[in-house]
Design a protein. Structure first.
Length: 95
């Protein structure tokens, strides 16, 4: 997948952080209906972090991260199912 543009990579999660986080993310449900493959979780997480760090509206998330609607939807899913709480535990322990 295409990497986000240079201005947005400065604060992206590191490979080491990603290796800890990826195992904690929920699996994607295919639903058996085909459709589009899921977006890259690392890219979406970086979009969420960019938005959180800048305080910008979701609509201002750089296009390099993919559609803002997708990042927002995944953000809501991970907020509602406790995924962010799990990630926080790893992030705080990995520093």
């Amino acid at each position: 997948m295409k990497q986000p543009e240079k201005m947005t990579t400065r604060h992206n999660i590191t490979d080491r952080q990603w290796n800890h986080i990826k195992a904690l993310l929920p699996e994607h449900k295919s639903g058996g209906h085909g459709g589009r493959p899921p977006r890259n979780d690392r890219t979406l997480l970086n979009a969420m972090l960019w938005r959180t760090r800048t305080g910008s509206p979701w609509r201002d998330v750089p296009k390099a991260f993919g559609p803002w609607q997708t990042a927002y939807t995944r953000f809501r899913q991970w907020s509602d199912d406790g995924t962010f709480q799990e990630i926080g535990v790893v992030q705080n322990g990995a520093r």
